[in-house]
Design a protein around this ligand. Structure first.
Ligand code: GLC
Length: 719
């Protein structure tokens, strides 16, 4: 339809119809369906079911059958407005791939895009028009449960992950929504829904760039976040949601609230009434109120009394109709909903192959003293709560079903063609400390030569509303690992988690640690392939692994401080006195951002710069030789970091500026180059301009953010 036609549709609507077009509730609120995915508390007050039928969009439809039924019954009720269906397709729809923080560890944008395309394909045939993804909140605190949905602690790379997901969703045929705008990941103390306080500088430097980057891929929607930001709910920050998002960035898509967040402005103590919530939201250009009733209840009244203009509301309604129009819903209101095709493509062998590869590339080999890869003839035992668990697909699993996943035991036995001894030993859930099965597990393990302990965090203990104040592996699992260690066998830990867990208590017992995050439907097959070397680990962690919860937040792109500690020891164990640090802990993480081992072995040498000075407008090329000195072919993620040594606003010790995935056969060597220009060096200087300042810079290159080669150069004004 032409825009003029859309405007006529808006003009023909009553005030009540306009308010309903801007209101979204889960479809199960009025078309009851037991199997629906619930992602929040209901708060629709006394809106009549008749009215709910007229709402312009919905979320969380349980299946395509319900979508078709609701669309048909709307038409029968004389409602000819197309009905747009949204859903949280976060890391797969029915065929589930690793949680986003794991996918980010692959540093493989094509793979991320292909998986998003798969998810979109399965979802669109089942009636989904738009996904509430990508989530690109910058995260630094592993106590926060939603780090599992993120792209990690680096703003550049997290933005690249979000862009790849958007490309995949669009290629697969659904629209998407960048969330949670803005700064939700900075929740104080990692506590869910907690206050955020982010300086203007940190917003610009760290917390906003990922959302800005996603705009390059034309997302259809943004979602405003729950968090209080600098004393106001985000919808109270017109300088962000209007001046920055709409005017400076030019976003003209739909802005939707998070679940109930409009009315929650009363809980925040920002609005005294629901009516005030509606006024604040509409004046901030919020187009759709999700799961709270203030627009329906108060917009008509606010217009009639002249508090807000009908034109302001019409702008919002028009944006929603333009979204439906962009998706072709006026010509084809069913869009792609096609249950026959859904059943053909869903959970196909091709889908399984793709998500298995995704899991293989997302796992991170944190430690290996040579215990891995396993030899097929080795006498192993699988021990631990996740050794034979199918509950490994992660939260936000959409239509994924644990029973369709492959456990580690199933994957290993499939690969070996024989049964392997297995015992759970204990639960993997928080607060379940039953130790009664430990000794039986230890006894079974005593007959093996190599123990594979599958431990970590249950999938239900991460994700939304699952922050943790202690992110160690649970006490009973630590007890199990300690007991296994006394057997003096080779011990490999396969660790599941939606966040970087604290592994310091168990790291010393392990010959190898393979971090598998929440690996999805094909998790067991992928882990088996990695354990036996059918696949070679190449993942690099996108979040620092704290040594202890007390270090949180810990992240690589931090500052030197005025008293840097050179020897990285706890003060009580010889750490430099009167320098930045702890009495009882190191400053460094257990495993740094960018860390991940392989069965290959990569050595970096001869970092050379094409020039020692870079003139504005010129370019400088850094070159390094990377050699696979191992006996196994493998993939390495070469990482390039920069440090602006002296600046009008202090710069982080390292900032990731580029990376390159390279495959090297055993013994092969490649020269890798990275081009640096003035643009690479720009940041928001003290004067507020986005510019590069002359002076000394360091360039680092390596296979992680800690162990790097370094070279220096100067940015100068003249030639
Ligand atoms: C939830 C989440 C958001 C999700 C929305 C709809 O509370 O915060 O990420 O997209 O509600 O389920």
């Amino acid at each position: 339809m032409e825009e003029k036609d859309l405007k006529q549709l808006v003009a023909a609507m009553s005030l009540e119809e306009k308010a309903l077009q801007l209101t979204q509730f889960p479809v199960y609120e009025w078309e009851g369906h037991a199997s629906a995915v619930v992602t929040g508390m209901s708060n629709y007050g006394n809106i009549s079911c008749d009215d709910l039928w007229k709402s312009g969009t919905t979320l969380n439809a349980p299946d395509g059958e319900t979508v078709l039924s609701v669309r048909r019954r709307r038409r029968e009720k004389g409602i000819d407005d197309p009905f747009l269906v949204m859903f949280d397709v976060i890391h797969g729809y029915r065929t589930i791939y690793p949680v986003p923080v794991a996918m980010a560890c692959s540093f493989h944008t094509e793979l991320i895009e292909d998986c998003a395309c798969l998810a979109a394909t399965e979802a669109k045939y089942d009636g989904v028009d738009l996904t509430f993804s990508p989530m690109v909140d910058l995260v630094r605190d592993a106590r926060w449960g939603r780090v599992m949905e993120s792209g990690g602690e680096d703003p550049y790379w997290s933005g690249e992950v979000g862009k790849a997901m958007i490309r995949g969703y669009h290629r697969g045929g659904i629209a998407c929504c960048v969330k949670h705008f803005a700064g939700y990941g900075a929740a104080e103390a990692g506590r869910e829904y907690n206050t955020t306080d982010i300086s203007e500088r940190n917003l610009r430097e760290y917390y906003l760039p990922t959302y800005r980057a996603c705009l390059e891929e034309d997302p259809e929607m943004f979602m405003s976040s729950f968090n209080l930001l600098n004393g106001k709910p985000i919808l109270g920050h017109k300088e962000i949601v209007v001046d920055l998002l709409r005017k400076e960035w030019g976003f003209d898509g739909v802005l939707i609230s998070d679940y109930g967040a409009v009315d929650e402005m009363r809980n925040h103590g920002y609005c005294a009434t629901g009516k005030e919530c509606a006024r604040v939201a509409i004046e901030s250009g919020l187009d759709i109120e999700m799961a709270s009733p203030d627009y329906v209840r108060y917009l008509p009244e606010l217009i009639r009394e002249g508090t807000i203009s009908e034109e302001k509301v019409d702008e919002c309604v028009l944006r929603v109709l333009k979204l439906k129009n962009k998706l072709g819903m006026y010509e084809a209101p069913e869009r792609y909903t096609d249950l026959k095709k859904r059943d053909e493509v869903t959970l196909s062998e091709e889908a399984r192959v793709l998500v298995r590869r995704a899991a293989e590339e997302s796992c991170v080999l944190l430690k290996n003293n040579g215990a891995l890869p396993l030899k097929e003839e080795e006498n192993i035992a699988l021990i631990g709560p996740f050794a034979d668990s199918k509950e490994i697909i992660g939260t936000w699993q959409a239509m994924g079903r644990c029973e369709e996943s492959v456990s580690v035991k199933e994957g290993v036995e499939h690969l070996l063609g024989r049964e392997v001894p297995c015992a759970g030993g204990c639960s993997g859930m928080l607060f379940s400390g039953d130790e009664s099965a430990i000794e039986d597990a230890v006894k079974l393990a005593s007959r093996a030569d190599h123990i594979i302990a599958c431990v970590g965090e249950h999938m239900s203990n991460s994700g939304e509303a699952h922050a943790r104040a202690d992110i160690r592996i649970t006490k009973v699992q630590r007890k199990l690992i300690e007991r296994l260690y006394t057997l003096r066998k080779k011990l490999t830990l396969v660790v599941f988690g939606g966040r970087p867990l604290v592994l310091s208590d168990v790291e010393k017992y392990a010959d190898a640690i393979l971090y598998v995050w929440q690996p999805g439907t094909e998790g067991g097959n992928a882990i088996a392939n990695l354990l036996y070397g059918k696949a070679v680990p190449c993942g690099k962690t996108v979040m620092s692994f704290p040594r202890s919860t007390g270090q949180c937040p810990v992240y690589y792109n931090c500052f030197a401080t005025g008293r840097p500690r050179k020897n990285d020891l706890p003060t009580m164990l010889g750490g430099d006195s009167w320098t930045t640090g702890y009495d009882d802990e190191c400053n460094s993480p257990l495993y740094p951002f960018g860390h991940g081992l392989s069965y290959a072995k990569f050595e970096y040498e001869e970092l050379r710069l094409s020039r020692e000075t870079l003139a504005r407008g010129g370019k400088l090329t850094a070159r390094v030789k990377v050699k696979n000195v191992g006996s196994v072919d493998g993939t390495e993620i070469v990482q390039w970091y920069l440090h602006d040594e002296f600046a009008s606003v202090v710069r982080p010790l390292k900032e990731l500026k580029g990376y390159e995935r390279i495959f090297l056969k055993a013994g092969e060597e490649k020269e890798i180059s990275f081009t640096i220009t003035e643009e690479t060096l720009k940041y928001y200087t003290d004067s507020g301009e986005y510019a590069a300042e002359t002076g000394a810079f360091e360039v680092f290159v390596g296979g992680n953010s800690r162990d790097c080669l370094k070279a220096g150069f100067q940015l100068v004004d003249g030639e």
